[in-house]
Design a protein around this ligand. Sequence first.
Ligand SMILES: Nc1ncnc2c1ncn2[C@@H]1O[C@H](COP(=O)(O)OP(=O)(O)OP(=O)(O)O)[C@@H](O)[C@H]1O
Ligand SMILES: [Mg+2]
Length: 484
Amino acid sequence: MSAPLPMPLPTQEFDYAKLRARAMASLFEAFDSLCEGTVMVDRNARVVWINERYAARFGIADARQAIGKEIEEIIPTSLMREVVRTGRPLLLDILDVEGETFVVTRIPLKDERGDVIGAIGFALYDKLQPLQPFYARLHKLQHQLAQTQQHLAAERRAKYTFTNYIGNSPAATQVKQQARRAARLDTTVLLLGETGTGKELLAHAIHAASTRADRSFVGFNVAAIPENLLEAECFGAVAGAYTGAEKKARIGKFELANGGTLFLDEIGDMPLTLQAKLLRVLQENEVEPLGSNKVVKIDVRVIAATSRDLKADVAAGRFRADLYYRLNVLTIQLPALRERSEDFGPLCDHILEQIAARTRLTLRELDPAALALLQRCRWPGNIRELRNVLEQACMLADGPRLGEADIRGIVAPSEIAAGETAPAAARAAALGTYDEALAEFERDLIARTLQACGGKVTAAAKRLGLGRATLYKKIAALGIASRD
Ligand SMILES: Nc1ncnc2c1ncn2[C@@H]1O[C@H](COP(=O)(O)OP(=O)(O)OP(=O)(O)O)[C@@H](O)[C@H]1O
Ligand SMILES: [Mg+2]
């Protein structure tokens, strides 16, 4: 048996209570002196006391005027009422007041029975030395967030306007007129045209000239996304709702574009199952993210584009007729480059200027003969292909002018219109084995297709009717340069 504990003397008991009371008072004073602001409320969240300095922050000259007022009348974003209601402290929070940041601590005040009778809040100013590490971290994160948001906003702004669509030929003028009209209306737009004719450029320009210009422009390339992720990318998904590599929640492109414009590129490549869902979204103006049973109202202008023959796809059952009619409200057919030969001069000048600006090389000029030769080419890859040819010519040629020979060295003879006296290609001269000739043929076909597709293997594979992996193997085996 241990010895009984000595009973405290009554005088000692009195001292403990006194000390405790003193400790509480000291703590309060210490906090109060460190703090930019101290505020106390009663159980109805009415101000009981506020220090002068804090009151002044909220535009109250005499702190006594605040007494008895609802806390939100003084500090609109205060959470003191919640502390009183729940009886739980909010130990560390951040409060922004007129461009300044405070760390705030809110503690409930309780009576002897434990009932909440009010709350006290302390606001620590960010100049306070002991809070430096915390604030340094916070400011860094805020800075990163601001930068990321800026970046995103820039990403979602239109990159082109109508002035970027070069050409004054009747065909180009008509396209610009139609696109300007489309910009004024708020309907769905369908852009049709061969690869490289400027569909993406025009989509940006339409958005930039529309009433939605200051809102997001979100691009979504249907062909570039694996089919199993397409639905989640497009319409969004809650966490774990789809079987991708990652199962994170996703905001769909429709929601991202809300209030702005959604550019649905390569719409002709959308699988039939998703076409039905897309049609519903366009008709109802709402999306239901995968795995969620909530619908989100959306206000999005859709600009769709494809280089496929959508009508033929409808006839062949590859594209839903009802979706086609829903998209085909205001359709703009972009002319191929060979249909607007008048535009070659201005287009080449424009592209050469862009090349000079980007590469910081001297600005090249085209000889009339070189221009004439370019005009006679077929350009299946349209302006993108023209740009590639001019880029290569600029890199290979020495002088300030690009001559006919500089161009002829780059474009494949078969691309030049019949009647042209292209020198018999050197490669045709060497008669080799069947295998050598076949390899030569493959190399030429693949190289030209890649060139027409701007070096994009995926696009080239599609055009050739080959699998991407097969094309990659051939490219490696034949030693052809590709971009991706
Ligand atoms: N009228 C034009 N004036 C100047 N540049 C243009 C014009 N049209 C297209 N371009 C340029 O040609 C390139 C291809 O254009 P864009 O990407 O808009 O074509 P696209 O029709 O979307 O092609 P794809 O079907 O292959 O996606 C871009 O570099 C674009 O800036
Ligand atoms: Mg495009």
